[in-house]
Write a protein that binds this ligand. Structure first.
Ligand code: ZN
Ligand code: ZN
Length: 241
C-alpha cells in the first residue's frame, strides 16, 4: 500500500493531497468497519469510546495533575509553555497512530485535525508549526503526519500555517527506538529556525508526545529565535504507568 501511494505521489505531484485522501482512501470505520463513518476514519460510537486525555492535567506538560502545574514543571520548567492533547496514547489509539504514521491511513488526519481544533483556540496563536521532518524521512514516508494535521487545523486560516521557516537539519534515529534518557541527546541541535519569530505566539503540532524531548528542543529553538510563547498541540500524550 505504502509503495503504491509513494509511486502514485511521485506521478501526481500537482494534485491536491486532500483530494487524494478524500477520494482514494474513503473507507468504513477503521475500528468496527461500520459504514457510518461519513467520510471520517471512525464512526461516532468508536470515537466516543477512545481514551481521552484527562481534563485534569498539568497545563504546561500535560501529565497527570490536579489541573495545577506539576512538580516537575515547577522545579525544572520545559521550554514550552502549555500542552493540549486530544487522546491518551493507549490502546487502540497507539495502534491507530502507528497505522497513521507508517501505514498511510491518511484520512485519519481529517479526524485528528478536527478533534484537535475542538481542543484548542487557534486565535490564541500567531503561527502553527508542524513538527519538521528531515527531507530524507519525508521522501521515505511520502508525507509529514504532523503537517497533514496542521493543514486541517488551519484550513480557514492558512496564513497561520508555517511549515517552511524551521527545518530539521539532523537526520536522527527515530526517538521511539531510543531509551528515554538518550532522546534529549539524540534531538539536540536537530532544528534550525530561519527567520525572526520575535514576540510570536506559536503552536507546535505533533502526532504523539512521549517524553516531550522533540517538542522541547523545537520550543527551545523557537524561543531562541524570539518566540514569546510556545504551546504543544498533540493528538496523543503518553502518561507514565
Ligand atoms: Zn466504528
Ligand atoms: Zn507539568
Amino acid at each position: 500500500m505504502r509503495q503504491t501511494i509513494n509511486n502514485w505521489l511521485k506521478n501526481n505531484q500537482l494534485l491536491n493531497f486532500d483530494v487524494f485522501t478524500r477520494t482514494l482512501l474513503k473507507q468504513n470505520c477503521l475500528l468496527c468497519a461500520s459504514p457510518q463513518a461519513n467520510g471520517h476514519a471512525l464512526c461516532g460510537a468508536c470515537l466516543a469510546d477512545l481514551p481521552r486525555h484527562p481534563a485534569t492535567s498539568c497545563p504546561q506538560c500535560g501529565l497527570a495533575s490536579d489541573s495545577n502545574l506539576c512538580g516537575s514543571c515547577i522545579s525544572s520548567p520545559p521550554d514550552f509553555d502549555a500542552t493540549a492533547a486530544v487522546f491518551l496514547y493507549a490502546y487502540p489509539i497507539d495502534t491507530m497512530m502507528q497505522r497513521y504514521k507508517y501505514g498511510c491511513m491518511l484520512n485519519l488526519s481529517q479526524t485528528f485535525g478536527q478533534l484537535l481544533s475542538d481542543k484548542i483556540l487557534l486565535e490564541s496563536v500567531d503561527l502553527v508549526i508542524p513538527m519538521p521532518m528531515h527531507p530524507a524521512r519525508i521522501k521515505e514516508r511520502g508525507f509529514n503526519q504532523a503537517h497533514e494535521i496542521a493543514k486541517v487545523l488551519t484550513k480557514n486560516h492558512a496564513e497561520k500555517l508555517d511549515y517552511k521557516s524551521v527545518i530539521r537539519q539532523k537526520l536522527t534515529p527515530p526517538q521511539a527506538s531510543l531509551p528515554l534518557k538518550e532522546r534529549v541527546k539524540n534531538i539536540k541541535g536537530a532544528f534550525k529556525a530561519n527567520g525572526d519569530f520575535s514576540g510570536k505566539r506559536i503552536a507546535i503540532i505533533d502526532d504523539v508526545m512521549t517524553t516531550g524531548a522533540s517538542l522541547n528542543e523545537l520550543a527551545k529553538t523557537l524561543k531562541k529565535a524570539g518566540a514569546s510563547h510556545v504551546e504543544c498541540w498533540v493528538i496523543a500524550r503518553t502518561l507514565p504507568h
